[in-house]
Design a protein around this ligand. Structure first.
Ligand code: PXP
Length: 250
């Protein structure tokens, strides 16, 4: 088992820019610059950059993902809902990886994993089109054996296990149960030879719990790193997270 890798989700760098510049996207003064942010994350040791192009364009814009595609040196993981508009954009941009997520307009952030079992028919053609274009596909799922089986049947390269419930567990009982679910799902996915990633709600405090999940290849972390960057700078925030991920035993 190699080192646990870190994909930094920089959506909230764009959130900050949109807070001021949404109505003047071409302003030369628009900051912070997401390309500069991506470069700093890469220099600090991130193995990839994650961006979620939401249908409502609340943070990342089309030209952001286009510019990221052209400028980043590691890999671009485009998070997206399975909608015709966004699938077309992904097929034009051809990111290294796509992570398919459920998307609800009114949510603050992604809530829950994809229901791969129920959405198999809609997911299958999208997965095939992306893979044919050379994109590796990940499905963001809740940690259940049913969802892992369904992901395996769809022949994707990766799953990303939803760690939100673990991250936000408000009782020891829920934490224990969710950890067991994640452990079992990670093991099952790895037995299917799926790459196992994890993400959502991971921060500098709960990262210790993530070490208890076996078979992980990559963590995708956004909000906590970008928040810490406000206080210590982006490079240090990424390095501190990488430090907290060291010694992962797999
Ligand atoms: N992985 C997925 C699939 C997500 O939807 C998100 C949130 O955009 C993340 C990881 C990152 O979550 P957080 O910002 O809580 O670290």
């Amino acid at each position: 088992m190699g080192d646990l890798r870190l994909g930094v989700n920089i959506d909230h760098v764009a959130t900050l820019r949109q807070a001021r510049y949404a109505s003047m996207p071409d302003s030369k003064n628009a900051e912070p610059d997401i390309i500069a942010a991506a470069a700093i994350c890469e220099r600090a040791g991130a193995s990839g950059i994650v961006a979620h192009l939401r249908s409502d364009r609340r943070h990342m814009q089309d030209r952001d993902v286009d510019r990221l595609r052209q400028n980043i040196m590691t890999k671009l993981n485009l998070e997206m809902g399975n909608t015709p508009e966004i699938v077309d954009i992904a097929l034009k941009i051809v990111p290294d990886e796509v992570c398919l997520v459920p998307e609800k307009r009114e949510e603050v952030t992604t809530e829950g994993g994809l229901d791969v079992v129920a959405q198999r028919k809609e997911l299958e053609p999208t997965i095939k089109r992306l893979q044919t274009a050379g994109v590796r596909v990940s499905l963001f799922i809740d940690p259940t054996l049913e969802q892992v089986d369904a992901a395996h049947e769809l022949a994707v390269e990766m799953v990303e296990l939803h760690t939100g419930k673990l991250a936000n567990a408000f009782s020891e009982k829920i934490e224990k149960q969710e950890l067991e679910n994640l452990q079992a799902a990670a093991k099952a996915a790895s037995e299917f030879k799926l790459q196992v990633n994890a993400g959502h709600g991971i921060n500098y405090t709960n990262i210790g719990l993530i070490h208890k999940i076996p078979n992980l290849t990559e963590l995708n972390i956004g909000h906590s790193i970008i928040s810490r960057a406000m206080l210590v700078g982006l490079e240090d925030a990424v390095k501190q997270m990488l430090g907290a991920m060291e010694d992962y035993k797999g």
